[in-house]
Design a protein around this ligand. Sequence first.
Ligand code: FE2
Ligand code: FE2
Length: 139
Amino acid sequence: MSDNRTIGWLNRALQHEFGAVQQYLAQSVLARLLGDAEGAERWRDEALEELAHAERLMERLIQLGAAPSAGALPPARLGRGPQDFDGIVHAMEWQAVRLYQDAAEHAQRMRDEGTHALMQELLQAEVQHFRNAGRERIA
Ligand SMILES: [Fe+2]
Ligand SMILES: [Fe+2]
């Protein structure tokens, strides 16, 4: 059994990932309703990638004997519409980077190698998301 704070970090990360699924899926739906099929598909792919992250975290929680508990999700943000999506996503992905940095640090302090490896892997994925969001915003 792992320490409570490790379970807390895993559940906080799970909350982030489900929030990201909700955010990207909402963007996909709005794009589709506006007739942008290409945008709808692109945002949907992002949602599925975040869902896969949630699945990895759940796997670790269950391995550690804890029930996955994402808690309440923040509402999706749609701003004024698709013109605001890149900025919204940029901010959300930056929060993910900070969260995984702190979570990885905690796992390292606890010498929990399995959780540390997972947090590092997800950190790298979110750094890439953050960079992609920045690029799209500048473009
Ligand atoms: Fe993610
Ligand atoms: Fe992400």
